[in-house]
Design a protein around this ligand. Structure first.
Ligand SMILES: [Zn+2]
Length: 584
């Protein structure tokens, strides 16, 4: 039989087995006994504190016909099917891997159907804060009109990332950190059941290192057990919890704060080489940085001896690194910690992290409240400056190829450097054909609101974009910088989120097409000349098609009459204040 991790084997199957959450479990049991359950719950709290276990036990209890004191029997077919993840009516979704709108739409479609095997359908959405804005909106619609016999349980480590509109429709339960005493007692119980030998002091070391997460405590216990045959001693516990690497962490922080990414990378390798895993490294860094911040505010709150460093070293580091830098570091570390959860290449993330940490520089303390956003914007602005020159050059060579001439780039306007940037004119033209000034004004009015509905990285991508034309069905968005255009054009989530947000704001769905700003005048010009020609010079339609098209594309407007027509056309489409008539 293959070895099964302790935290799986000892996963709680009854509310009473969940460690350290008596308030939550008692309330849930009472609701079940008195049949006063809600249709939506929000379970919040640090990782490994029993949120998903409680959700699954609840799913069993609400469906079990042999409920006793609010606990499921764990013996009937329904209970066992749920324990084994085989009951179709209990649906577990990991939002971190299913953050698309489609999955939630799927819920919306299927939620209408009554449960097939059990009394209640239970949707358990783990890491719910990872849902996209669009998916949240779809979820909200379902929560607003909850069907009968359906219960939603949303679990998250980061409740502040969940829209208030969602939170207000749920019953919220906060799972707290598990105390070292409680971890200790649970580990002792499990080891006694396993008839394993242990040194109590070793269990205390593990309980403290787990910092409030029962799952973490059991994982560390697993590692320590694997070192020696069924025996936990103090040396193993110290080794596994990595208490020896404090000095190296100190060195690492010193190096990144000196912007020495090279040496910092080496230090990081030594720490990992000593057997510490990436997640643990990040957690240790977070608590180290947090302690430094605390020390800056109130030195008496930190027991420096427990950090394994001398008072002088510790004080020197706390004085040296600015508080705003420490806040930025914590933001970066939190981000990477989330991203790393599902990667098989943590090394890459840690290297990127190290370089990023080494780039952080001091900002005003006021900016510290939203430092990760500021940092991203700073980086973006750096990029923008660097690319400014290249873009200025590109602007001298505007290009837009109409679909009719793509095989014949005869026009001297075609520039090789922009040829690889494909603009889908078959999407642009239909919007232009139906474009109105009213639609454009409407879109521009709500553009800022839409940006506010997006995530911070999405917003920074769109910072220098604006709608340049709109029809009742679509909107064309121009990007000031081609690298941002390219990034946005390949981001399907962004497109879906924007489309959904627009639908919320203006009431109807609109497709979104991006164009680079520097090419927009040419695209517009080409469209107008084609458009004006087909409407006013239908008599040439019968002539050699290739010739007529080519001449339309390449010729300058021949006379004043033609110019005027185009300007009128342009005014109709884009409004007078927007069209500039250039004489060159
Ligand atoms: Zn049962």
């Amino acid at each position: 039989m293959s070895y099964q991790a302790l935290y799986r084997v000892w996963r709680p199957q009854r509310f009473d087995e969940i460690v350290g959450q008596q308030v939550v479990t008692t309330t849930l049991k009472n609701a079940l006994i008195t049949k006063q359950t809600s249709h939506a719950y929000l379970f919040t709290g640090p990782r490994g504190t029993g949120k998903t276990s409680a959700a699954k036990i609840f799913a069993k209890a609400i469906n079990c016909h042999h409920l006793k004191d609010g606990e499921p029997c764990n013996e009937c077919d329904t209970c066992q099917a749920i324990t084994n993840g085989q009951l179709n009516d209990v649906i577990e979704i990991d939002a971190a891997s299913n953050n698309g709108v489609e999955e939630i739409r799927d819920i919306r479609d299927k939620v209408k159907y009554a449960p097939t095997q059990a009394d209640y359908k239970v949707y358990i959405i783990d890491e719910v804060h990872m849902l996209s804005t669009g998916a949240f909106n779809a979820l909200l619609k379902t929560l607003e009109e909850p069907p009968a016999n359906v219960v939603f349980i949303l679990a998250t480590t980061e409740p502040h990332k969940i829209p208030l509109t969602i939170i207000s429709r749920t019953q919220r339960f906060d799972f707290r950190r598990i105390s070292a005493d409680e971890s200790f007692a649970r580990m002792k119980f499990i080891l006694d059941q396993k008839q394993a030998e242990y040194d109590e002091q070793a269990l205390w070391v593990i309980a403290r290192a787990a910092e409030g997460g029962m799952r973490d405590a059991l994982s560390i216990l697993d590692q320590a057990l694997s070192f020696s045959d069924n025996k936990i001693d103090l040396d193993n516990a110290l080794l596994v919890t990595g208490s020896v690497t404090k000095q190296l962490l100190h060195q690492y922080l010193q190096q990144v704060s000196d912007h020495q990414s090279g040496p910092a990378l080496e230090t990081m390798q030594s720490i990992l080489g000593a057997g510490k895993d990436g997640q643990r490294f990040i957690e240790d860094l977070i608590s180290f940085v947090r302690d430094l911040l605390l020390y800056q505010e109130a030195p008496s709150l930190i027991n420096v001896e427990s950090t394994g460093l001398s008072e002088e070293d510790y004080q020197a580091l706390a004085t040296k690194i600015d508080g705003s830098v420490l806040y930025q570091m914590i933001d970066q570390l939190n981000d990477i910690q989330q991203e790393m959860r599902f990667t098989t290449h943590p090394d890459v993330y840690l290297e990127v992290l190290t370089v990023k940490l080494a780039q952080i520089s001091a900002t005003s303390p006021k900016a510290a409240t939203d430092t990760s956003a500021n940092f991203q914007i700073e980086q973006l602005q750096d990029n923008i400056t660097k690319l400014q020159q290249e873009i200025t050059q590109l602007q001298q060579r505007p290009v837009a190829q109409a679909p009719t001439q793509e095989s014949k780039p005869t026009s001297k306007k075609v520039s090789s450097s922009t040829q690889n940037m494909k603009i889908n004119l078959s999407k642009v033209y239909p919007i232009l054909e139906a474009a109105t000034k009213e639609d454009l004004v409407k879109l521009r009015d709500i553009w800022g609101d839409m940006l506010n509905m997006l995530s911070v990285p999405q917003r920074s991508l769109l910072h220098v974009s604006k709608p340049v034309a709109a029809s009742p069905q679509g909107v064309i968005v121009a990007f000031e910088y081609s690298f941002l255009y390219q990034k946005a054009a390949t981001d399907a989530t962004l497109e879906t989120d924007m489309e959904n947000d627009l639908k919320k704001l203006v009431g109807e769905a609109r497709s979104i097409v991006y164009v680079p700003s520097d090419q927009w005048p040419t695209i517009r010009q080409n469209f107008i000349s084609q458009h004006a020609v087909t409407h006013t010079e239908t008599q040439i339609d019968g002539e050699d098609e290739d010739d007529s098209v080519k001449s339309d594309e390449t010729k300058e407007p021949a006379n004043q009459e033609n110019d005027d027509k185009m300007i009128t056309e342009a005014h109709k489409l884009f409004g007078e204040d927007i069209v500039e008539v250039k004489n060159d």
